[in-house]
Design a protein around this ligand. Structure first.
Ligand SMILES: NC(=O)c1ccc[n+]([C@@H]2O[C@H](COP(=O)([O-])OP(=O)(O)OC[C@H]3O[C@@H](n4cnc5c(N)ncnc54)[C@H](OP(=O)(O)O)[C@@H]3O)[C@@H](O)[C@H]2O)c1
Length: 305
């Protein structure tokens, strides 16, 4: 089945997702029949028109027209900065525009409750107060809100997008539709709601570790006489090979065992890393980042996803 999608905000990550959805082989039926994008500035809208020029029959690019974009779609993706959540979702008529629709948020650190609250603010006060508590319940924004978190690899079609499952009462077909959207930019990793933020933090630590490790490997390789381009090529291929084995299900302990050849370079390097307290630095970083994530959620009142 084909869908009309709207992107509210379409910068770095929104563009990657949009391109993934638009760039499908001619032989398959695209999931997205039409895409409306709304951004906040004319300059961005013009940039996106150039970026998506080859899809101009399918893509409509607007600015400062979030409600119109949402009205024009049956699936709405929130891809603006987290700081804009109240501004965008509490605009008059936004709750009506997303009524009964699938709303997918990729906003980091913004809970589903907060999105729901912001949407409720867009409902006219009369509708909230006119009919007593029953009327209020009916006047609640009735969108199907779900959170997803794409990862860095999305740019290369290799995202590991976290998608909350068990997001009751999200109907099964909308859960599947959410996963199908993100499969256009890589894999989906379904997660129960309570693990969504911790896994987001874990992905952040993994990216941080990779960035520091690659930088250190290249600098010290150059210092040791290996040209930079060779060092970068070999380090990245080695990381990729290792992660491919992990992704296919190889056990880390078994992989390590296979590296332990008597008097080999790898055991020598492992011992040196252990002496440098790398393992405890990584463990501390994981625990600190999880604690940081917990304190951010508590400060924002974003308990749970
Ligand atoms: N970047 C990542 O790797 C990544 C990964 C996972 C999740 N995310 C989440 O994705 C979201 C976007 O991140 P990004 O890196 O793509 O940011 P970005 O490149 O700064 O893009 C933000 C987009 O939002 C638009 N925007 C800003 N205010 C708006 C408003 N009031 N109404 C409509 N559109 C508005 C901007 O339009 P103008 O240019 O016209 O201002 C721009 O198109 C964030 O919530 C972030 O947490 C990002």
């Amino acid at each position: 089945m084909q869908h009309r999608l709207a992107f509210l905000g379409c910068g770095h990550m929104g563009s990657v997702i949009a391109r993934g959805l638009l760039k499908v082989p001619k032989s398959s039926t695209p999931l997205c029949s039409h895409l409306t994008i709304s951004v906040s500035s004319d300059a961005s809208a013009r940039r996106l028109e150039t970026k998506f020029a080859e899809y101009k029959d399918k893509v409509n690019i607007l600015y400062k027209k979030n409600v119109q974009a949402a009205n024009d779609a049956d699936v709405v993706l929130l891809c603006f900065p987290p700081s804009q959540v109240q501004n965008v979702l509490s605009e008059a008529n936004m709750a009506k525009a997303v009524q009964d629709k699938l709303v997918i948020s990729i906003l980091a650190g913004v809970s589903r409750k907060r999105i729901q609250r912001a949407l409720n603010c867009s409902i006219p006060e009369e509708a909230m107060t006119s009919q007593g508590s029953q009327g209020q319940a009916q006047a609640q924004a009735q969108a199907h809100v779900v959170r997803a978190m794409p990862s860095l690899g999305a740019q290369a079609g290799d995202s590991a997008t976290l998608v909350v499952n068990e997001e009751l009462p999200l109907p099964r077909h909308l859960q599947e539709l959410t996963e199908n959207i993100f499969k256009h930019i890589g894999l989906c990793h379904a997660t129960p709601p309570h693990l969504f933020e911790p896994l987001t933090a874990l992905a952040a630590v993994s990216h941080a570790l990779m960035s520091v490790a690659i930088d250190a490997i290249i600098d010290s390789s150059v210092a040791g006489g290996i040209p930079r381009d060779h060092a970068l090529a070999l380090a990245s291929i080695s990381f990729r090979g290792y992660s491919t084995l992990l992704a296919r299900g190889d056990e880390p302990a078994e992989l390590k065992k296979s590296l332990l050849i008597a008097k080999g370079f790898t055991p020598h390097a492992i011992v040196r890393l252990e002496k440098g307290a790398v393992r405890s630095a990584i463990s501390d970083t994981v625990l600190d980042t999880l604690a940081y994530m917990g304190s951010m959620s508590a400060n924002k009142g974003a308990n749970g996803p």
